[in-house]
Design a protein around this ligand. Structure first.
Ligand SMILES: *Cc1c(COP(=O)(O)O)cnc(C)c1O
Length: 472
C-alpha cells in the first residue's frame, strides 16, 4: 500500500466509523455468534501474497463485525462500561499514526510531559490530595500489582527485589467483595493467595473496619506481617463503598500500606456531591481509577496515583546501559513507574477528552447517568414483581424479578433465564452477579450516548420478557 491508497482507505474508514456510530443501534448489542463460528470462516494459514485492502475490509464487515459485541451501544448495560467518545477516538487515530513508543522522556518528550500534565489535571478534577503524583498504566490490575509490590519493597527495605523472599509472613487485606485483580496481584507479587485475607462486609456490602482490625491484630499475634489493605470505592459486584476514614486510621495505627481501588467509581469524584467517599483518602499510599471505564476515554487508560513517587520509581527502576539517557533524573522516564518498559502514548486521548468536554461538560454527562439510574431505581422500587438487591450509589443498579407466584428456591433459575432471554434478544445487554447465593441482575448506565429513551425501552423489555417467562 502506498500513501495515496492509505489516504483513500483512511477516508473510507472514517466514513465507515461515523456511519457505524450513527447506526450502532441497528446491531445486536451482544454478539450472537456461537463458539468457533468466526474462526471457521477464516483460512487456517496466512496468505502467501498480499491481499487487496478492499477484500480485507469486506471480510471485516462480513465475518468480524457479527462477532463483535457493541460496547458503545447506548443499550449496553453490562459489566462496567468502557465508554469512549469522539475526541478520544480522534486522539487514538493520531496515536496510531504517530506509533511512538514512549518509554522514556527522550523517546517523545511531549508524551512524557503531557502525561505529567493530564495526571495533574485529573488529580485536580477528582480533588485528590495535592501530594499525590500520577502515572498512566494500562489497567487497574497493573496499578494494583504496582501498589502491592511497592508495599512489599517499602516493608522489606528493597531486599525482596534484590534477594527474593527470606520469609513469607506477609498478609494483604481486602473485603470479600473486592475485585479479582487483588487475588491476581498477591499471586504475582509472591505473597500467595492464602495470605490475602477477605474481610466480612456489612449490610451495604462494604468492608467492616472492626473485622479488619480483628484480623490484623490476630495476625500480628501469630507472627504475621500485615502489609497492605486494599479498600474499594465502588465494588465490582454492587458498587459498595468501603469506609475510608476508619480503614485509614487502622492502616496508620499498624503502619500498613493503604491502596484504594476506585477503578470504576473514581470518575464520580469529579462531582462535589460524591466527595464524601474520599474523606480519609489523604492517608492513602496509592489510588487507582480507570478513565477507560466511565470517563469517555478509549480502553486502555488507568490513572494510578501514589503519595511517594520516589518509592515507586525505586521499586521499578532498572537502568541497563542501552537505556541510559542524558536527561535521566531531570525528567519523568515513565518506564521506571510501572511494569512494562514499552508504553503507548495514552495521555493524548485523555487531553483531547478533557479539553473537548471541559470539566463542566463531563460533570453534566456523569450527572445525567446518575439521574437515569435514580429514576429507574424508583420505578423498580414501585413494581410489585421486582426487587432491588443492593443500594444504588452511582450509575449502576442491582435487581431481580421476584413474582409472588415464584417459589424462592426457583428465583435464581428464573432470573438466569430472564437475563439469557434479554441478551439473546440483541436489544440490550446486561450481566449478573451473585450475593450470598442470590442471582442478581446488574444494570450499568454509563454509555456516552445513552438517554432516558434507551433506559425506558430497556425497562419495558425487561418487564415484558419477565411476564412472558411466568405466563406458562
Ligand atoms: C474493573 C475493575 C478492576 C479491573 O480493572 P482493569 O483495568 O480491567 O484491570 C479492578 N477493580 C475494580 C473495582 C473494577 O471495577
Amino acid at each position: 500500500m502506498d500513501n495515496t491508497d492509505f489516504r483513500k482507505y483512511a477516508h473510507k474508514i472514517v466514513d465507515w466509523m461515523a456511519d457505524y456510530l450513527a447506526n450502532i443501534e441497528d446491531y445486536p448489542v451482544k454478539s450472537q455468534v456461537a463458539p468457533k463460528e468466526i474462526i471457521e470462516q477464516l483460512p487456517a494459514s496466512p496468505p502467501q501474497n498480499g491481499e487487496e485492502m478492499e477484500r480485507i475490509l469486506q471480510d471485516f464487515q462480513r465475518i468480524i463485525l457479527p462477532g463483535m459485541t457493541h460496547w458503545q451501544s447506548p443499550s449496553f448495560f453490562a459489566y462496567f462500561t468502557a465508554n469512549s467518545s469522539f475526541p478520544s477516538i480522534l486522539a487514538e487515530m493520531l496515536t496510531a499514526t504517530l506509533a511512538a513508543q514512549c518509554m522514556v522522556w527522550e523517546t517523545s518528550p511531549a508524551a512524557a510531559e503531557l502525561e505529567q500534565l493530564v495526571m495533574n489535571w485529573l488529580r485536580e478534577m477528582l480533588a485528590l490530595p495535592e501530594d499525590f503524583t500520577g502515572v498512566i498504566q494500562d489497567t487497574a490490575s497493573s496499578a494494583t500489582l504496582c501498589a502491592i509490590i511497592s508495599a512489599r519493597e517499602r516493608n522489606s527495605a528493597f531486599s525482596i527485589n534484590r534477594e527474593g523472599f527470606s520469609h513469607n509472613k506477609y498478609r494483604v487485606y481486602c473485603s470479600e467483595q473486592t475485585h479479582s485483580s487483588i487475588d491476581k496481584a498477591v499471586r504475582i507479587a509472591g505473597i500467595g493467595q492464602n495470605n490475602l485475607i477477605k474481610i466480612a462486609t456489612d449490610e451495604k456490602l462494604a468492608l467492616r473496619p472492626d473485622e479488619l482490625k480483628q484480623a490484623i491484630t490476630a495476625d500480628i499475634a501469630s507472627g504475621k506481617k500485615p502489609l497492605c489493605v486494599v479498600a474499594t470505592l465502588g465494588t465490582t459486584g454492587t458498587t459498595a463503598v468501603d469506609p475510608l476514614p476508619e480503614i485509614a486510621a487502622i492502616c496508620r495505627e499498624f503502619n500498613i500500606w493503604l491502596h484504594i481501588d476506585a477503578a470504576f467509581a473514581g470518575t464520580a469524584l469529579i462531582l462535589p456531591e460524591f466527595r464524601w467517599m474520599s474523606s480519609g483518602l489523604s492517608q492513602a499510599d496509592s489510588f487507582v481509577f480507570n478513565p477507560h471505564k466511565w470517563m469517555f476515554t478509549n480502553f486502555d487508560c488507568s490513572a494510578y496515583f501514589v503519595k511517594d513517587e520516589d518509592l515507586l520509581i525505586r521499586t521499578f527502576t532498572i537502568l541497563p546501559e542501552y537505556l541510559k539517557t542524558q536527561t535521566h533524573g531531570q525528567v519523568n522516564d515513565y518506564r521506571d513507574w510501572g511494569i512494562a518498559l514499552g508504553r503507548r502514548f495514552r495521555a493524548l486521548k485523555v487531553w483531547f477528552v478533557i479539553r473537548e468536554f471541559g470539566v463542566e461538560g463531563m460533570q453534566k454527562k456523569v450527572r445525567q447517568h446518575i439521574a437515569l439510574v435514580q429514576n429507574l431505581t424508583a420505578e423498580i422500587e414501585k413494581h410489585a414483581d421486582f426487587e432491588l438487591m443492593a443500594p444504588t450509589v452511582f450509575n449502576a443498579l442491582f435487581f431481580r424479578f421476584h413474582p409472588a407466584s415464584c417459589d424462592p428456591a426457583d428465583l435464581n433459575k428464573l432470573n438466569e433465564n430472564l437475563l439469557q432471554e434479554l441478551n439473546a434478544s440483541g436489544s440490550i445487554y446486561l450481566t449478573h452477579t451473585k450475593i450470598a447465593g442470590e442471582y442478581i441482575i446488574r444494570m450499568v448506565i454509563g454509555q456516552t450516548s445513552v438517554t432516558d429513551e434507551h433506559v425506558q425501552r430497556a425497562w419495558r423489555l425487561i418487564q415484558k420478557t419477565a411476564a412472558e417467562l411466568t405466563a406458562h
